[in-house]
Design a protein around this ligand. Sequence first.
Ligand SMILES: [Zn+2]
Length: 244
Amino acid sequence: MLDYIKRFLIAIIMALCVSLLFIGAKHSEAAALSEKPTLGKTWIWPAEGVISDTYGTRQGRHKGIDIAGKWDSPILAVEDGVVVKSYYSDTYGNVIFIKHPSQFVTVYAHLNKRFVKQGQFVKQGEMIGKMGKTGQATGTHLHFETHLQEWRYDKKFAMDPESLLGKASVGEAVQMGIAGGARDALAVNSPYDHMKGSEDQYVVKQGDTLYSIARKRNISVETIKRLNHLTSDMIKPNQILNVR
Ligand SMILES: [Zn+2]
């Protein structure tokens, strides 16, 4: 009898070891995936609001676009990337710099809150901060810049963010999370087809509802809303939703 129990225990211990091996392997695989940046996704608009100024105004000194929106509304990363700076500056206020695998650097300024630290990896659509008017800002808005390769003090490599996000004129409303229109501009630098078949994200098609997407991806409507900071059930075609 004792021998039987002994054998039984050994079998259980062995089974545990084997399953631990599997769990361990799965975990490291997941970690490797989340650390590996995906190349060149189509960008999404980083904030909800109305375009209040465009690139190149103020005698060419305005090197970004302004999105005026609600105080404390979410600010999202336009693409996967690594936070290269997150600090308070007298001019930018609370500001975050993100370097993307497509080699662009994006800048999110005048934030009320910052949720990410230098060196942190962020996913597209992740909430990195909240809109504010810190630094040299007259009203609540996001000042958003795009640079090729690196941000420099003289902003030599600045480019019009609308070439990646799609054209929007002053007074036009933009929705956070919506995919940028200028796919060609991105395609020159990197492929953007990663969106297709992505398990983490879902591109809203005509006729989709939160309920239908939730069923397709086997998650709850509440989870989709929480992952995407949605305050209503409204979704639009081409909107990119995080579904994991
Ligand atoms: Zn600005």
